[in-house]
Design a protein around this ligand. Structure first.
Ligand code: AMP
Length: 172
């Protein structure tokens, strides 16, 4: 029987700004059974897509992204905020549910033709995910899927990712 993952998500109203209900995955991460179940279920969806790499977005995408990469036998690529990566980078700008930012990956992190799975904890407006798609495609990688733990359906993130294979474990 699978674990009730939604019961392990904490709603934090008005964080980081008034009006935002933050979906906190820390209780899920802290529960060994829930963490294992979440990774197993995403891996089951991802396996047939045969990714070479998992790309995780800063910061929570690193936690489950690293576990997912290890479970799938893939390498891991970090998409970071500007100025954080030490080597030569490529960048893409994006809009957040609560602000603007940009993300970078190392220019040699993805080799042309590699199959990349893009992963994050939450799909909200899709701006972050779209930026990571752009990063992968700038380096001529192939995006083979975008699995998330949580999808905030009312923000229509999927519309920005039309044509891509999007999956989520918990929908609100
Ligand atoms: P977006 O670019 O709008 O799809 O936002 C997704 C990114 O922002 C992810 O990295 C999430 O971790 C974070 N995020 C956006 N909205 C929320 C929310 N309501 N709760 C938790 N994280 C969020």
């Amino acid at each position: 029987m699978s674990v009730d993952l939604a019961a392990k998500i904490r709603d934090v109203p008005d964080f980081p700004k008034p009006g935002i209900v933050f979906k906190d995955i820390m209780p899920l991460l802290a529960d060994a059974e829930a963490l294992r179940d979440a990774i197993d279920r995403i891996a089951e969806w991802a396996e047939p897509r045969k990714p070479d790499l998992v790309l995780g977005a800063e910061a929570r995408g690193y936690i489950t992204g690293g576990a997912l990469a290890c479970r799938l036998g893939c390498g891991f690529v970090a998409a970071r905020k500007p100025g954080k990566l030490p080597w030569r980078t490529v960048a893409a700008k994006y809009a957040l549910e609560y602000g603007f930012d940009s993300l970078e990956v190392h220019a040699d992190a993805i080799v042309a033709g590699q199959k990349v799975l893009i992963h994050d904890d939450v799909l909200a407006t899709g701006g972050t995910a779209k930026a990571t798609v752009e990063l992968v495609e700038q380096l001529r990688g192939e995006v083979v899927g975008l699995p998330f733990i949580i999808e905030l359906e009312f923000l229509n993130g999927r519309e920005r990712l039309e044509g891509y294979d999007v999956y989520s474990l918990i929908k609100y």
